[in-house]
Design a protein around this ligand. Sequence first.
Ligand code: G6P
Length: 489
Amino acid sequence: CEKEDGRPLRQRLLVVANRLPVSAVRRGEDSWSLEISAGGLVSALLGVKEFEARWIGWAGVNVPDEIGQKALTRALAEKRCIPVFLDEEIVHQYYNGYCNNMLWPLFHYLGLPQEDRLATTRSFQSQFAAYKKANQMFADVVNKHYEEGDVVWCHDYHLMFLPKCLKEHNSNMKVGWFLHTPFPSSEIHRTLPSRSELLRSVLAADLVGFHTYDYARHFVSSCTRILELEGTPEGVEDQGRLTRVAAFPIGIDSDRFIRALEAPQVQDHIKDLKERFAGRKVMLGVDRLDMIKGIPQKILAFEKFLEENSLWRDKVVLLQIAVPTRTDVPEYQKLTSQVHEIVGRINGRFGTLTAVPIHHLDRSLDFHALCAVYAVTDVALVTSLRDGMNLVSYEFVACQDSKKGVLILSEFAGAAQSLGAGAILVNPWNITEVADSIRQALTMSCEEREKRHRHNFTHVTTHTAQEWAETFVSELNDTVIEAQLRTRQ
Ligand code: G6P
């Protein structure tokens, strides 16, 4: 298929996610400044050459006035982004409430916070109504911008209701849905009051994707047990219609990290960091400040290590970069205070006049500083209690080709299935085991580190974000063609 000037026509891809890949700051009544947030998904889709991607999502800011909305829409159009405007009440009930206080902890097997359990159960109806309403608002924007032949790719737990809204409007639309978190065991999913409605909505998609085979299996068994549908090796079947379900493990744009290490700014940062931590081994944690990341447990394991290995006390430092997130949700506010309290106590206990064992930052680092920190690290600690994939582990590996540091990785992160052979796998709930793994990592021989790093580096550089996106979208195209052939037969 060609344009009039002979250039091939690229298929349009509408990427729908709760959050647009930009942060927007209002500078005046009708002026905005935008900064692209270069996450894995953004670089994956920028790299997909055969598609022309457009993003649809929430800009993360409340814009109540028409002038502001129009100006933001214009500014975003230059970045191929289309905003969905959500008012404060919807954000409170849909995003803070149903998404982040209900689905997020449940999908990560953390349950609801004890004192909130009853309150959350009570507010469930209104939050679920807001969730459906918000999903319909996303659908309305998709429908407005959709052109025949577009591929619509919906992302994450915020938008489980979206495939149904889209297919009800246009059953010919090619719709894929991908979950970036774990999908829990059916025994967990069945406790959700909206369990059936959510599953049925997701099943309206043509292709449903997860990071790992286990998550896909949990989803299929939820459909067979809760909805009493038939699970097949291809997916889930309902009255002759098949929804294809499969695993598509995400990756990173590894070249971007490897190239950045050569940049003069990164080299300068590396030099500074090496001077600052001379004579000490650097251990690193980089996490959003979220309960699923197991930050308090990790720090307690580090304390245990210092307790049991007095000779290491002045020879090791833990840098913990904890990026604030979802700060309006009370559970996240409590976590921040808890982490500060633990860090303060341990630094008071093991610090000296000139050095502290833990450097804790409540903020993100810019890309170049982050690459430098990854490059000087001896041991990375990724000890999430549960994590869909965890791309920090991939980024660390990509930046370690000269140092060949050790990755300590939670067995409950999706990445354990791809980097498990190169990492030291741990149960993050067992702080004695994590403390032992720190000693093992710090004393590991060069040959062993080299062997483990090689395994992980090969994986990270060959299973990239771009390959992930291309595989998903081409599978979605194939799935739709096969379904059309089946109905014609
Ligand atoms: C997880 C989710 C993403 C989400 C991100 C940041 O990775 O899977 O969908 O965007 O966290 O969280 P936030 O709530 O700030 O968008």
